[in-house]
Design a protein. Structure first.
Lengths: 248, 301
C-alpha cells in the first residue's frame, strides 16, 4: 500500500496546514465541487475520486464539449456512479455542463441526479449507480471501437475497490484479458472499503488475467498521469489509485 | 428447426451489414464457427458469462453497432435481467435478443432450463417488440425485421412449432371465422395447432399472432365480442393486462391460458409438459368448454 503524504498532492495546490492527509481539491474544481456540495456532507468515496477525474479530463482524455458525439473520442465511463459530485464539478470545469446546473443538484428540475444519466448530462458516457455495470459496458465499447477500425480512442472505466465485490466485474476482467483488449483501461479507486478486502491487492485480480497493472498514490497527479498513460497497447491496463482510507 | 434458421439468417446478416454484431455465451458457438472465422471482430463469444454478454451488447450499441444476443432463455432474460434494464434500456440503446429453450423445450433438464416467465419479464420493460414464431420458416423474416428496426426486440425460439408457417407483420390473422358475436381465441406462436384442434367443432373464431408485443389491440377490438380466449406458450396471463386494457370500455370475459406458475418437478418431454399445463388440444378444449359454459345466460351461449 502506498502511504499518503502531503507531498503526494504537490501538483494539486497548497495543502492546508494541519491537515496533511486531506489534500486540497484541484484548483479549478474546488469552487465547483463546493457548489455541488452546497453544504452537504459527502462520504470519503466521493472526494477520493476527484484527483483521478481531474487528471483524466485535464491531461489525458481526448474529448471536449464539442466532440462528445465524435466516434473517435476517448470514452470515460464512471461505473462507480455515486462518486458523482466530483464528476459533475469536473464536467463543469471543462465546460461540458453549465456551472449553474450544479445548483439544486438532485432537485426536481435538475439534470444532475445522485447518479449520472447519460441521456440527461452532456459528456456522460453511461448512466450508472448500480455497481458492476460499467466494466461490461466498457468492454463492449472497446470491442465496438475495435470492430469499426477505430483504433485510436481509448476506453477508461472508473470503479471502486468495493465495487469489485460484484461478480459481473470478474466476468469482464477475465474476458478482457483473454480478448487482449488493448484499448481498455480500468481505474480502481482503492479506499479500502471492500468489506472482505482484496488480499494481495486489487491489481492482482487483473494481472492474473493478463492485464498490466500499476498501483499509485491516488492523489499524486504526476504519478496518476504516468500510470494512466502506461498501457503497453497489447493488453488491457488497470490503474489502482490508492487513496486515504476512510478519510475525507 | 428454428435455431438453424436463426444461425443461417444471422450468419447472412453479419455478411450483409457491417453494423451487425453477435454476442454469445458459449451456447450455439459451434454453429456460429464459420461466421466467427469470417467476422472475428463482430462475432464475440464471451464464454459462460451472461451478465457480460448483455453488458457487451450495450457497449457495442453505444458505439453504433447493432448487437444480436443469444443464449438459453433463462440465462438471457432471467439471469441478466438487470443488464437488460440498465445496460440497454437505461443507456438509451437497443439490441435484438434471441433465445432458445422456451418454456420447457428441454423438459428433461429440469427447472434450471425452463423459462415460462421470459416474455412476462421482457414485458416489464418499455418499448420492446416480442416475437414468438410458430414455425421455423417464420424466423428469418422476423429476425431480419427486428435487426433492421431501431427498437429492442426479443425473439423466442422453440422446438415446438405448428405444421405450417404464417407470414404477416404480427397483426392478428384470422384462421377460422365463426361469424359476428362468436368467442375469439387468440393463439400466440407454436400453440396454434393445438388451439385449432381444440375448438374445431365449436363456433369459435381463431386468430393467430407471432408478435405478442406490441399486441395488435386494434385487431383485437375489431374481432372480439364479449368472450376472449388467450392461448400463450409462456406464463398464463402474460397478455391478459393488454387485452383487458384494450377492451376496458366494453363488457367482456377473458380466459387466459398458458404455462402455470407452479414448479412441477417432473422431467419427461415437452409434449408431456404441454399436456400437464393443459395446453394440448384435449386440455384446451376442457378449459374452453368450462369457460363458455360459465357464460352469463344473457350471453346466449
Amino acid at each position: 500500500m502506498t502511504t499518503i503524504t502531503a507531498n503526494a498532492v504537490r501538483s494539486a495546490g497548497t495543502s492546508p496546514p494541519g491537515e496533511p492527509t486531506t489534500p486540497p481539491l484541484p484548483g479549478p474544481v474546488a469552487p465547483l465541487y463546493e457548489r455541488v456540495r452546497a453544504g452537504r456532507e459527502f462520504g470519503p468515496n466521493v472526494r477520493s475520486t476527484v484527483d483521478v477525474l481531474w487528471v483524466l479530463y485535464d491531461r489525458i482524455l481526448r474529448v471536449t464539449p464539442e466532440t462528445v458525439d465524435d466516434p473517435g473520442r476517448d470514452r470515460f465511463l464512471l461505473s462507480k456512479g455515486h462518486a458523482v459530485a466530483g464528476y459533475y464539478a469536473v464536467l463543469a470545469a471543462r465546460g461540458f455542463v453549465p456551472a449553474d446546473w450544479l445548483d439544486d443538484q438532485g432537485g426536481p428540475d435538475s439534470r444532475l441526479g445522485d447518479h449520472p444519466d447519460r441521456l440527461l448530462v452532456p459528456g456522460v458516457e453511461i448512466g450508472s449507480g448500480s455497481l458492476g455495470h460499467g466494466l461490461g459496458l466498457g468492454v463492449g465499447t472497446a470491442l465496438g471501437l475495435r470492430a469499426q477500425g477505430l483504433l485510436t480512442p481509448r476506453v477508461f472505466v472508473l470503479l471502486g475497490d468495493a465495487e469489485l465485490d460484484e461478480g459481473s466485474n470478474h466476468e469482464a476482467i477475465a474476458y478482457a484479458g483473454a480478448a487482449g483488449l488493448a484499448n481498455l483501461t480500468a481505474i480502481v479507486i482503492d479506499n479500502g472499503s471492500a468489506t472482505h478486502g482484496w488480499p494481495g491487492g486489487a491489481g492482482a485480480r487483473f494481472t492474473v488475467n493478463g492485464w498490466t497493472a500499476t498501483t499509485v498514490d491516488g492523489h499524486d497527479h504526476d504519478a496518476l498521469h504516468t500510470a494512466l498513460t502506461g498501457q503497453d497497447n497489447h493488453r488491457p491496463h488497470v490503474v489502482v489509485a490508492v487513496v486515504d482510507q476512510g478519510a475525507q | 428447426m428454428m435455431r438453424e434458421r436463426f444461425v443461417d439468417t444471422t450468419t447472412a446478416l453479419l455478411g450483409d451489414d457491417p453494423r451487425t454484431a453477435l454476442v454469445l455465451a458459449d451456447i450455439s458457438a459451434a454453429a456460429f464457427e464459420p461466421a466467427a472465422r469470417r467476422h472475428p471482430d463482430r462475432v464475440l463469444n464471451v464464454g459462460i458469462r451472461e451478465q457480460l454478454m448483455v453488458g457487451v451488447a450495450g457497449g457495442l450499441a453505444l458505439t453504433g453497432l447493432r448487437p444480436i444476443v443469444h443464449t438459453y432463455a433463462p440465462f438471457l432474460v432471467e439471469r441478466a435481467y438487470e443488464q437488460l434494464k440498465l445496460d440497454l434500456d437505461h443507456q438509451g440503446v437497443t439490441a435484438v435478443l434471441v433465445s432458445v429453450g422456451a418454456s420447457y423445450d428441454r423438459a428433461a433438464a429440469g427447472r434450471t432450463h425452463l423459462s415460462p416467465a421470459d416474455v412476462s419479464l421482457v414485458d416489464s420493460l418499455h418499448g420492446w417488440t416480442v416475437h414468438v414464431p410458430g414455425h421455423p420458416d417464420e424466423v428469418p423474416t422476423l429476425l431480419r425485421g427486428a435487426v433492421a428496426a431501431d427498437a429492442s426486440a426479443y425473439l423466442r425460439l422453440s422446438t415446438q412449432h405448428n405444421a405450417r408457417p404464417y407470414g404477416g407483420d404480427g397483426t392478428l390473422r384470422v384462421l377460422r371465422d365463426a361469424g359476428p358475436g362468436a368467442p375469439l381465441l387468440v393463439a400466440v406462436g407454436p400453440v396454434l395447432d393445438a388451439a385449432l384442434a381444440a375448438v374445431a367443432d365449436l363456433g369459435v373464431t381463431v386468430a393467430y399472432t407471432h408478435r405478442p408485443r406490441p399486441f395488435d389491440t386494434a385487431g383485437l377490438r375489431a374481432l372480439a365480442d364479449t368472450e376472449v380466449i388467450l392461448v400463450e406458450p409462456y406464463l398464463a396471463g402474460t397478455s391478459a393486462r393488454v387485452v383487458s386494457a384494450a377492451l376496458a370500455d366494453r363488457p367482456h370475459r377473458l380466459l387466459a391460458l398458458g404455462v402455470g406458475r407452479e414448479e412441477l418437478r417432473r422431467y419427461g418431454s415437452a409434449e408431456d409438459h404441454t399436456r400437464w399445463h393443459g395446453l394440448d388440444a384435449v386440455g384446451l378444449r376442457r378449459s374452453v368448454d368450462e369457460f363458455l359454459a360459465s357464460a352469463p345466460a344473457s350471453a346466449g351461449r
